[in-house]
Design a protein around this ligand. Sequence first.
Ligand SMILES: [Zn+2]
Length: 56
Amino acid sequence: MPDDLFQRYQAAHRAHQAHISACTVCTDTAYCRDGALLWESFVRLQDAYLQRKRRR
Ligand SMILES: [Zn+2]
């Protein structure tokens, strides 16, 4: 499962972008509760992905 983490990280990014463009509350620098949750999960997955990449 080499790219599973990458796929999830990309999906989280897309979900966040989709939310930002649909949400009337979120801005580039401030997110609503849902936007913040999506952002957090994206950051977590991105960190995990980048750390795994560095360890290789
Ligand atoms: Zn929002």
